[in-house]
Design a protein around this ligand. Structure first.
Ligand code: ADP
Ligand code: MG
Length: 257
């Protein structure tokens, strides 16, 4: 599958949040979207799932215009995982994940639906929490439920908005490893990331956004000191060790007197 974004722009009432964004991504690629707060990461993900109705530009799935695909069919192709602090109505973990089956359910939930949900609960260590209300879970647990719900849609493209923010190191790695497994299974993963080191560790492709515009696009090689310093208005140090690149923050010495 090829997911192509052509000259996409999006404006809220007063804010031009995305300006002329173009890129494409293929099955099996793990793409991260990085950029400062307010650079348009969440807006871009919402346009890609047609949660926001963009007017300028086009998005294509294997050459088919996203706007011509029915919402039911679209939700079998693309799933979106919101930031964990988005409000979710009270429901058991099992039912929340089952909601992801909606694009497939005709009249009644089938054994197949139950099997898909049970397997996902198992995969994300949620079986023992299945009957708990989602709003009583910890941040990391809730995040895993939201990812399981998205995967219950059995999508080909998974969009995630900062899935690791507020998670401890163990859960950060675990979620990112899960996403890497899914991309190896052929899914397209597109994930907005706050943590550029984690992004760099896992991505095969990256988009850098600056004030709604495409700042850079490419593989891991775009994580240069020049790009990071200019994008985040900071002064980083790049360290290469054991075939891995690390971006270290440095103190800005403002007062030279
Ligand atoms: P990011 O996810 O990179 O932090 P966003 O996509 O949330 O950035 O925001 C991009 C720009 O759009 C910001 O200037 C933000 O203030 C604005 N914006 C986001 N959501 C809304 C909204 N619902 N209404 C108006 N402006 C918004
Ligand atoms: Mg955001």
């Amino acid at each position: 599958m090829t997911f192509t974004i052509n000259n996409l722009s999006y404006s809220y009432k007063e804010t031009e949040a995305l300006k002329d964004i173009s890129f494409s991504v293929q099955s099996g690629e793990f793409m991260t979207i990085v950029g400062p707060n307010g650079s348009g990461k969440s807006t871009l993900l919402k346009c890609l799932d047609r949660i926001l109705k963009y007017k300028e530009g086009s998005i294509e799935l294997d050459g088919e215009d996203l706007k011509r695909i029915s919402l039911r069919k679209l939700s079998r192709k693309i799933a979106y995982v919101p930031q964990k602090d988005e409000i979710i109505s009270s429901n058991t973990v099992f039912d929340v994940v089952m909601l992801g089956r909606k694009p497939y359910v005709e009249w009644n939930i089938t054994n197949d639906d139950i099997e898909v949900v049970s397997n996902l609960l198992d995969r994300f260590d949620l079986t023992s929490l299945a009957m708990r209300d989602i709003n009583t879970l910890s941040g990391g647990q809730k995040q895993r439920v939201l990812i399981a719900r998205a995967l219950a849609q059995q999508p080909e493209i998974l969009l995630l908005d900062e899935p690791t923010s507020n998670l401890d190191l163990y859960h950060q790695s675990k979620i990112m490893e899960h996403l890497a497994d899914l991309s190896n299974e052929g899914l397209i993963i597109i994930v907005a990331m706050h943590d550029i080191n984690l992004a760099l560790l896992f991505c095969t492709k990256a988009v850098m956004l600056s004030r709604g515009s495409l700042f850079a696009i490419g593989g891991k090689e775009i994580f240069t000191k020049e790009n990071i310093d200019s994008l985040f208005k900071t002064t980083v140090k790049i360290v290469n060790q054991d075939n891995q690149t690390y971006i270290l923050q440095q103190r800005i010495l403002k007062y030279n007197s």
